[in-house]
Structure formats: structure tokens, C-alpha cells
Write a protein that binds this ligand. Structure first.
Ligand SMILES: Cc1cc2nc3c(=O)[nH]c(=O)nc-3n(C[C@H](O)[C@H](O)[C@H](O)COP(=O)(O)OP(=O)(O)OC[C@H]3O[C@@H](n4cnc5c(N)ncnc54)[C@H](O)[C@@H]3O)c2cc1C
Length: 513
């Protein structure tokens, strides 16, 4: 429950700028806001002052949680299981559709910094990740079923969160709206968003890499090693499949000749016209091969830093296999995302030495990734410039990655709560990872916008003199950026005294274990 002092403060001073919003501190109570009355009667929310959260994925779940923490009700609309996406398999909230990794949790990495800030702001997903944690080296890896179940249960029990299992077809006209329908937003809503924002629908194609059964790898042809011998625990972490020049050339020919799978969005004129926009950091191998016969050798097949033990030879090209499970019973082909047909993948990938009899547990696939042109459309508080009652969060807002989606969900939830309560919307400081993500979203080049993961590049650069001083000390530079980020967050939270979202660790809002 929200602390009584907070309720008293809000009840006396709030004037919601978009009208009233439903309150949830007491499910059976009705609460007065400004001049209007908003009620949550335990069975449904008053439509006059509703907050709609569209999508209960990573971003939408986090946003709904933040609204509940602020003592506000919301309607959380989720179309699954009534309608599935092409990637989700369950009806659980915050389902992780591909990898089970929330990336590095090593202090002073950019990804750690983002998670650290989320923890400080009471993120539900970060609590659930702790509950669902499985060993994963320096990464925060989770049991995806436990993760989704923890978040689903938390939201089902969260005060004021009304869950509706339905597909939303357009942006609701009433109340505050937080759009978090993800990269696989259903078609009707994606078109409605395009109309609503007055822009073209934006998308790129993203791909996932194949996984092979460990028992089907011919160990006599591969060798274990980490590139340049680098590994957190000093081990030979990868299996490496070496190719000589002839094998590499034959492989490139086969990739170039392979048939592509049909796009799963039938009416995508762009793909049929051969103008498919890919995510540059995650290009399918066919696209790399099309860009030049040597491109793969400078990309996922680069042989540098790997010497064959025994012979001491350097291969012309190398395919790396990374352990997928703790039991080491499957491996993924690193950087081998592709969208060849399944029979073509089986044929082409079996040309790789060591994989001649590979049994594929998952084939590479390509998926659509819908996002808006954030720099042209959003304020630093993730609101539409043209209609500030509408917020965007998650992948559709123009970020890339699980944790980045959670991060924008958390921020948009907080901003929406502030708007509903008639309080100032306070974007996170630029020096923080959260602030840097929104800075990128709103300041990147709108003409060539591409979603981004959190990285030190997005955070403010150090002064030239300090950079020079630390030029041979990368960890030192990163530590300094993180130190500054944390100091900025301290200051932000210090200024937030009285803000229950910043202070609260309320037991009622601890995720169930
Ligand atoms: C196939 C695939 C693989 C990916 N792999 C990774 C990975 O390994 N690591 C990584 O960091 N990131 C990955 N991503 C990118 C991204 O991090 C995830 O997509 C992440 O889930 C995005 O979070 P989100 O909250 O924006 O969207 P989602 O988690 O997808 O949530 C959106 C929710 O909205 C619902 N929805 C959609 N349309 C409607 C509608 N009209 N009405 C009601 N509900 C609707 C969906 O059912 C879904 O539950 C991947 C993306 C895809 C598509």
C-alpha cells in the first residue's frame, strides 16, 4: 500500500492536467483529484480518467507496476492468448521471446549501470530477475518461465491494475495512454499508430541465429578456445570450426544461392521490393555475403585471435559455437542469424567443418521490428509531441533490447503517473544510463533513425584531458562514467523527497517469490 502521508499530500494538492485518473490505494474507495472524482470500485475503472497501458510485455508490465506503486489504477491490455505474436509462445506477461539473458551484471559495464538504476527505482522486472536467476557467468540470466510467472502474479495482485485480455485496435481516445505493444505490435494497431502519429510506419528486420545439438558436432574437426584467450573464468569457452580458403569460398557461394524464407508479414511492400531495412548491428549472414565476398570473414567468421592447437595454424575463416545451456547440450552459431528457408539452412550450414551432420534444434529466423521515429515524435518524457497524453515505451519507442525495453517502461510509467497527478514530469539526468537512453531517443538523427542498445557511447563523454589521462585505462574510463551516473542519480533521488516512486520500497509492491 502507498504510505498514508503520500495519500494525504496528493489528495490535497493534485490537479491532473488531463482530467482525473482512477486511484487504487484502496480498491473499494473513491478518491477526489482536483475538481473531479475518479473511482476504482474493485471491479472496473471509471472511464473518465483512465490510464491505458497497451501491451503487457517487458515495458508495459513495468509501466503498470510503476503506476500501481504511485497509487494509480490502470487498465493493462494484453492480446495474448486471444491473439499470439509470431514470437511469443505463452500467455505470461513479460515473456522473453529469445535469449534468457538480461546481459552483463558486471559492475561498471553500461548494461550493469542501466540495471543498477532500474533496481534503485524499484523495477518489478529486476526483482523478478532475482527470483528467477540461473547461473550465467557475468550475465543476469533467468529461468524465463519463472520470470514471466513472477511478473504476471505481481501484476494480477497489484492494487488497481485491471487486466484485459484483448487486442487493442487503435489508440484509445480517453485518458492517458501508454503504448508498449513491442516490436510485434499487431497489424491493425501498427497502422493506427502510423495514422495517429502522422508518420510512415517504421520497421526493420531482425534475425535470430540457429542452435545445434552438441552431440551432433564432429569434435575431431573443431577446437575449443576463446578469442585471444580471453574469458571471464579463463576457460576455452567456444568451439571453433576452422575453414580453409576453398571451404570459405564454397560456403559464400552457397549462402548467396540459398532461398530466403517468405516474409511473415505478407503485405510488406518493402521486402518484396528488396528494400528491407535491417538492424545494422544484427545483419543476417546473407546480407553480409551480399555486401562483399570478404565481409563475412571480417564479421562473424573472422579468424583473428584463434590459433588451431597442435598445428598452430591460423584458419582462413572461423565459425564460433557458443554454449547455449548449462548442461552444454546445445550450441548456437555466433552471429549466424539468417532468414534462409529451413531446408536451405540445413544444407548450407552443414558445409561448415564439424557441422556436416548437425542436428538443428532451432533454425535462424527473421522477424519484423516495428518502431516509431522517436527523435521526430517524442519529448524527453517519452510523450508524443503532438498529443502529450500518449506515451511510448519499449521496443516500439525506438530502443533495442530486453533491459532497454524495461527501462523505457519504467520511465514512461513514472512520467504518466506524474502527468496524471498534475506533478512535473522530471526526465532522468543526462549523466545516467536511463537519461542517456531517452537523450538518444529524442536527439538522434531523425532521418536515419535506428534503435540502440545501452552503450557507453550514449553516455556523456569524459573531458578531453581526463580521456587523455585514462587513454590506456578503458575500465578506468568506464568506472568514471558510472561514478558520475550514480552521483547524478543520487542527486535526482535526493530532489525527489516526497516522491513515493523514488522512495518507496513498499512491501505491498515487492514481487512475490
Ligand atoms: C524474435 C525476437 C527476438 C528477440 N531477441 C532478443 C534477445 O535475445 N535479447 C534482447 O535483449 N532483445 C531481444 N529482442 C528485442 C526486444 O528486447 C524484445 O522484443 C522485448 O520483448 C521488447 O519488449 P517490449 O515490452 O517492447 O515488447 P514485448 O515484450 O513484445 O511486449 C509487447 C506486448 O504487447 C502485446 N501486443 C502487441 N500488439 C497488441 C495489441 N494490438 N493489443 C494488445 N496487446 C498487444 C504483445 O502480445 C506483447 O505481450 C527480440 C525481439 C524479437 C521480436
Amino acid at each position: 500500500m502507498v504510505a498514508p502521508a503520500v495519500l494525504a499530500r496528493r489528495n490535497s494538492s493534485s490537479t491532473a492536467s488531463t482530467g482525473t485518473v482512477a486511484r487504487s490505494a484502496n480498491p473499494k474507495s473513491s478518491t477526489t483529484f482536483g475538481s473531479q472524482r475518479a473511482t476504482y470500485n474493485g471491479s472496473g475503472l471509471h472511464t473518465a480518467g483512465i490510464i491505458h497501458v497497451l501491451g503487457a510485455g517487458l515495458a508495459g508490465s513495468e509501466a503498470a507496476w510503476q503506476l500501481s506503486r504511485a497509487g494509480l489504477g490502470c487498465i493493462l491490455h494484453e492480446m495474448r492468448p486471444v491473439r499470439q505474436t509470431q514470437a511469443h509462445r505463452t500467455a505470461g506477461f513479460a515473456e522473453l521471446v529469445c535469449s534468457n539473458s538480461l546481459k552483463s551484471d558486471s559492475p561498471n559495464t553500461a548494461s550493469w549501470l542501466l540495471k543498477h538504476e532500474l533496481r534503485r527505482l524499484g523495477s518489478l522486472a529486476m526483482q523478478a530477475a532475482e527470483t528467477a536467476r540461473v547461473p550465467g557467468g557475468h550475465a543476469l540470466t533467468v529461468d524465463r518461465a519463472v520470470f514471466a510467472a513472477t511478473i504476471t502474479a505481481a501484476l494480477e495482485g497489484a492494487p488497481g491494475v485491471e487486466i484485459r485480455r484483448e487486442e487493442v485496435l487503435q489508440i484509445p481516445e480517453d485518458g492517458i495512454v501508454l503504448v508498449a505493444t513491442g516490436p510485434l505490435t499487431s497489424g491493425a494497431l501498427a497502422s493506427a499508430i502510423a495514422r495517429f502519429t502522422g508518420s510512415e510506419r517504421l520497421y526493420f528486420y531482425d534475425s535470430i541465429s540457429p542452435i545445434v545439438d552438441a552431440a551432433s558436432i564432429d569434435r575431431s574437426k573443431v577446437f575449443a578456445a576463446s578469442r585471444y584467450g580471453k574469458s571471464i573464468d579463463g576457460g576455452d569457452d567456444y568451439l571453433n570450426c576452422p575453414l580453409n580458403r576453398e571451404q570459405y569460398e564454397a560456403f559464400v557461394d552457397a549462402v548467396l544461392a540459398a532461398e530466403s524464407a517468405a516474409p511473415h508479414i505478407e503485405d510488406d511492400a518493402e521486402i518484396h521490393a528488396g528494400r528491407v531495412p535491417f538492424f545494422e548491428a544484427c545483419l543476417p549472414i546473407e546480407e553480409l555475403a551480399r555486401r562483399g565476398r570478404e565481409t563475412l570473414r571480417f564479421g562473424p567468421m573472422k579468424p583473428v585471435g584463434l590459433v588451431e592447437p597442435g598445428s598452430g595454424r591460423r584458419a582462413h575463416a572461423i565459425v564460433q559455437l557458443r554454449q547455449e545451456t548449462q548442461r552444454a547440450d546445445s550450441y548456437n552459431l555466433v552471429g549466424f542469424q539468417n532468414h534462409m528457408t529451413f531446408p536451405a539452412q540445413k544444407r548450407v550450414l552443414r558445409l561448415i567443418p564439424g557441422l556436416e551432420n548437425a542436428a538443428f534444434l532451432r533454425y535462424g529466423q527473421m522477424h519484423r521490428n516495428t518502431y516509431i521515429n522517436a527523435p521526430a515524435l517524442l519529448t524527453p518524457a517519452l510523450q508524443l509531441i503532438s498529443d502529450p497524453r500518449v506515451f511510448f515505451a519499449g521496443q516500439i519507442s525506438g530502443v533495442e533490447g530486453y533491459v532497454e525495453s524495461i527501462a523505457t517502461g519504467l520511465m514512461a510509467g513514472r512520467f504518466a503517473a506524474a502527468l496524471a497527478l498534475g506533478e512535473p514530469l522530471r526526465p532522468l539526468p543526462r549523466a545516467t544510463a536511463l537519461g542517456s537512453l531517452t537523450h538518444y531517443l529524442t536527439h538522434a538523427d531523425a532521418k536515419h533513425y535506428q534503435p540502440a542498445n545501452i552503450a557507453f557511447d550514449l553516455l556523456p563523454a569524459l573531458e578531453e584531458e581526463l580521456k587523455r589521462k585514462l587513454r590506456h585505462d578503458r575500465p578506468g574510463r568506464h568506472a568514471e562514467v558510472c561514478r558520475r551516473a550514480q552521483a547524478a542519480m543520487d542527486e535526482y533521488l535526493g530532489e525527489s523527497l516526497g516522491d513515493p516512486l523514488a522512495k518507496s520500497t513498499g512491501e505491498a509492491h515487492a514481487a512475490p517469490r
